[in-house]
Design a protein around this ligand. Sequence first.
Ligand code: NAD
Length: 499
Amino acid sequence: MTTTTIEHWIGGRSAAGRSGRTATVTDPATGAETARVALADAAEVDAAVAAAKAAAPHWAASSLARRTAALFAYRELLHAHRDEIARLITAEHGKVRADALGEVARGLEIVELACGIAQLLKGETSTQVSERVDVEAIRQPVGVVAAITPFNFPAMVPLWMFPMAVACGNTVVLKPSEKDPSATLRLVRLATEAGLPDGVLNLVNGDKPAVDRLLEHPDVDAVSFVGSTPVARHVHRTASAAGKRVQALGGAKNHMLVLPDADLDLAADAAVSAAYGSAGERCMAVSVVVAVGAAADPLVERIAERARKLTVGPGDDPASEMGPLITREHRDRVASYVPRAREQGATVVVDGTGLSVPGYEGGFFTGASLLDRVTPGMDAYRDEIFGPVLSVVRAADYTEAIDLINASPWGNGAAVFTRDGGAARRFRLEVQAGMVGVNVPIPVPVGYHSFGGWKASLFGEHHVYGNDSVHFYTRGKVVTTRWPDPADAGVDLGFPANG
Ligand code: NAD
């Protein structure tokens, strides 16, 4: 059997890998290799950046009508191909089909936002700031944008970036995760079909060498990155030192605070959905429940009851609620936290490790695990596990709980479950996180607001999509104009003052 090698997309056409390096792409449900992916070297990255640079002046000068026509056509194509894209996501990532379709739908939100770019790019003017002087503030494209994305949302995260980048008049080189590149490549090919001119959106597959070349390439002007915290830190540091603007979103450890007055059935449903959905491989997954006072015992019981009932299986089986993890190594690492938590003093309420799915014995499965009486010193609390392992930390009162949450090095999302409006209001103001849910466990903002965390969950000033993305993907320019009257003639060496 011949294995397909997934190629790059440069200047509007497929480009075979020439570096001689490839990586394996696997179906996580079976463990079988399904394809190889070319890993770009510096010369291949240079070719993609050159294509983006060559396309940049013409695209930046193209009318808003021309840009939005392509984006509206793209929206229609994505709708028409959403099942196909969801199938590609499930085949290489493993998440269940409904979740994959949800990912495409959330990505489409940003394409729809980008369709309205004409409204978002309107400048500001001030008339008659001085005698016969007007001021206009306009925003112009940055140039060539590098977009580097993680494995866990191979469609949604690229769609957070490139539609707004091209809508703002930039050209893009996208570097998707080498673990599940096919859905991302399909998105890029469809954008060409929708009418994006050759070179406006390019894709290079690759790993660290490709990323590092993008971070230092003199013709890359801005870098959007989403991935783990150590890599986000490296990206931010390296690209900033090379003089680029950077937004680098990192990992997370999201807390869900449950107060004793909360509806505990609703809270348990929310905790289970947010902890085990997509097998915990979401940057907005709830990985810690902080149960206050009397909420703890009944809440743990309710979560355990639900976690035990989850159906784990291949993502393309409609009966599966949770699919496999991305790789065997990652599955083993995730599973290792459960016995370690027991050794470190936690109570293992549900142990999902060691699960084997009949007919899929080679798949990278693990069941849902629930740890109770976890404390901040334990590995399960300290690390981003990125799998279906939920920790419960018990706190005596609200103050102890919020202090714990705010001591976390991460600050992506946080949620509070309560019926007390006053407590919810306090939490909303006091919690140190970029995205907050009140009785909402995964508060991923809608497209017209922006997504981003605090602390080690984001390096840089700008969040992604929403108004922040318009600012990130454009540069401001202020034009001061005077149409002189012959009466104004004369030299004046004073600093311009208005009057
Ligand atoms: P990752 O950091 O391993 O990889 C992200 C990207 O960086 C990939 O394209 C990869 O090829 C590249 N990369 C990996 N190692 C590199 C290195 N040493 N130098 C340069 N480039 C490198 O992340 P992942 O495992 O693909 O994704 C999961 C992580 O992403 C989790 O930590 C998750 O929380 C995070 N994430 C964050 C958000 C967010 O919005 N904050 C969203 C999704 C995922």
